[in-house]
Design a protein around this ligand. Structure first.
Ligand code: C2E
Ligand code: MG
Ligand code: MG
Length: 499
């Protein structure tokens, strides 16, 4: 994947870091540089600002790029020339990664400044002038009268130009990343479909984490159609409640007592059967459906937790939260009220937030974390070790649990490096007074290594796969399992209050 998308490990790292890199040390000097560069770029672009952009009558004065109409006309001309001379034309569709975070963190005015700088860098990084336009928000199109290979090198050049440090008004330094899709004429088809093909290629990059470029291939168009069909079905599913929560237990590493059950969403598609959340949750997030689905998960998990409490099961119930939910002002209030109506204590309810999401240190997520702390919710950092972690920031989070990513657990038996990292993660977590849960434990060898390293809890197919709420009840009561010595005293370990 990385070579197809032109994504180096370093690139991936920066893509993951995205807009999160904050450096205050060089702020003053950098602000001065930024001001000077902006003034120079504004002067350089002055001639172009005369072209009145139609899509952004006022706003696009900020970018100074040509209007969409002018761009389309330039594209028509380039295609006609290309037909006459048998040359080539390429379109780049560029979308800034996680741009909403800039607006979130710094406000819209600073967001506009950042967009202006993106335009300036695009302009500087492309050979032909008057060849770029803004499509909408943080999306840009660049026209290149070159073949595909040169366009790919050009896309890489643009990525590098955008990733140079950029200092916004409060002195915060960013490194932008972007996703670039490339469509070539005539190689990828007629003029009419070029923009949507470049867009499809850009979407593929986005889905694999951004910070890279990809050329269009016909499979992407198929994917787009399949995604559109699935999205239509998902809209129906959200209304006709085709969802179910499965539950996967976490067990204490030493006693094997069940400590918690993690709710994992399943979609029972009427024709396609059960669809994984890895497939439909990103789709729901991109298309504004995750709010309703997430709210249903909260209600349903609390209802089930209440039922289990009443039946005497003493374990936490955990849910997973999406990026969108973390940005909802009323998220914690909603959880608190669902807990209250089922007479549940917040410290017995876990919210799992992925490491990358936890590191999205914006004002909105800070507010949500603060509300979680005040509410006394039990917070777990999910998929820890899969991304890039700021240890200093981790200390500030109101978390009590750290879930070690499956990828680390997978390699335990075969890789000394994986063992060293796992051991370091466990030590780090304990130093921060966090309990460590290892996810994806599939073999006894992995279990034994993790227990020896001091891991607190385990979760994985070795113990149980995710199952329906009813099946979990039966599994927990299973005679053979519960007659094992370690289960004789109490089936479920009582939950510790969150610190
Ligand atoms: P996650 O929260 O990290 O959940 C762990 C995933 O690993 C689950 O996949 C689980 O079925 C799988 N798993 C557990 N043990 C093993 C094992 O031993 N081996 C292997 N190979 N896999 C194991 P699932 O259920 O497909 O969920 C995938 C992801 O979807 C979850 O990752 C979570 O991030 C997300 N997700 C699930 N339900 C929800 C939800 O209600 N809301 C949100 N926002 N995200 C959800
Ligand atoms: Mg989880
Ligand atoms: Mg996980």
């Amino acid at each position: 994947m990385s070579t197809i998308l032109g994504l180096s490990p370093d690139g991936a790292l920066w893509a993951a870091l995205g807009l999160l890199g904050v450096c205050l040390v060089l702020a003053l000097a950098a602000v001065a540089l930024w001001r000077r560069a902006s003034a120079q770029s504004a002067a350089a672009l002055k001639g172009q600002a005369d072209a009145v952009p139609s899509a952004f009558p006022a706003g696009d004065v900020a970018t100074g790029l040509i209007s969409r109409q002018d761009f389309e006309r330039a594209l028509d001309k380039a295609v006609a020339r290309c037909d006459a001379q048998r040359s080539a034309v390429c379109l780049l569709f560029i979308d800034v990664d996680d741009f909403s975070d800039v607006n979130d963190a710094l406000g819209h005015e600073a967001g506009d400044e950042v967009l202006h700088e993106v335009a300036v860098r695009l302009h500087a990084a492309t050979p032909a002038k008057r060849s770029a336009t803004r499509v909408a928000g943080d999306e840009f199109l660049v026209l290149l009268t070159v073949g595909e290979t040169v366009a790919q090198a050009q896309a890489q050049h643009i990525l590098e130009a955008l990733s140079r440090p950029l200092v916004a008004r409060q002195g915060r330094e960013f490194r932008l990343s972007a996703s670039i899709g490339i469509a070539a004429y005539p190689a990828h088809g007629a003029r009419a479909g070029l923009v949507s093909k470049a867009h499809a290629a850009m979407r593929t990059v986005k889905q694999t984490g951004g910070g890279a470029w990809a050329s269009f291939n016909p499979q992407m168009a198929v994917d787009q159609r399949a995604q559109a069909a699935l999205l239509a079905d998902l809209r129906v599913a959200a209304q006709s409640r085709q969802f179910e929560l499965f539950y996967q237990p976490k067990v204490d590493a030493r006693t094997l007592q069940v400590t918690a059950a993690e709710a994992l969403l399943r979609w029972h598609h009427p024709q396609k059967g059960v669809i994984s959340p890895n497939v439909f949750i990103p789709l729901a997030e991109r298309n504004g459906l995750i709010g309703d689905i997430g709210n249903w998960v909260i209600e349903e998990a609390c209802r089930q937790a209440g039922t289990w409490r009443a039946a005497g099961f003493r374990m936490r119930v955990a849910i997973n939260l999406s990026a969108y939910q973390m940005r909802q002002d009323d998220l914690v209030q909603r959880i608190e009220s669902a807990l209250a109506s089922n007479r549940l204590r917040p410290e017995r309810f876990t919210v799992e937030i992925t490491e990358s999401l936890a590191l999205e240190n914006t004002r909105t997520t800070q507010r949500t974390f603060e509300a979680m702390r005040r509410a006394g919710l039990h917070v777990a950092i999910d998929d820890f070790g899969a991304g890039q972690t700021s240890l200093a920031y981790l200390r500030q989070l109101p978390a009590s649990e750290l879930k070690m990513d499956m990828s680390l657990v997978n390699d335990l038996a075969t890789s000394a490096d994986a063992r060293a990292i796992a051991q370091a993660v466990i030590k780090l977590a304990h130093a921060l007074d966090l309990r460590v849960v290892a996810e994806g434990v599939e073999t006894e060898q992995q279990r034994d290594l993790l227990v020896r390293m001091g891991c607190d809890e385990l979760q994985g197919f070795l113990f149980a796969k995710p199952m329906s709420a009813a099946a979990l009840g039966l599994w927990a009561m299973d005679d053979e399992f519960s007659h094992r010595p370690e289960f004789s005293s109490s089936l479920f370990q009582d939950t510790r209050p969150a610190p």
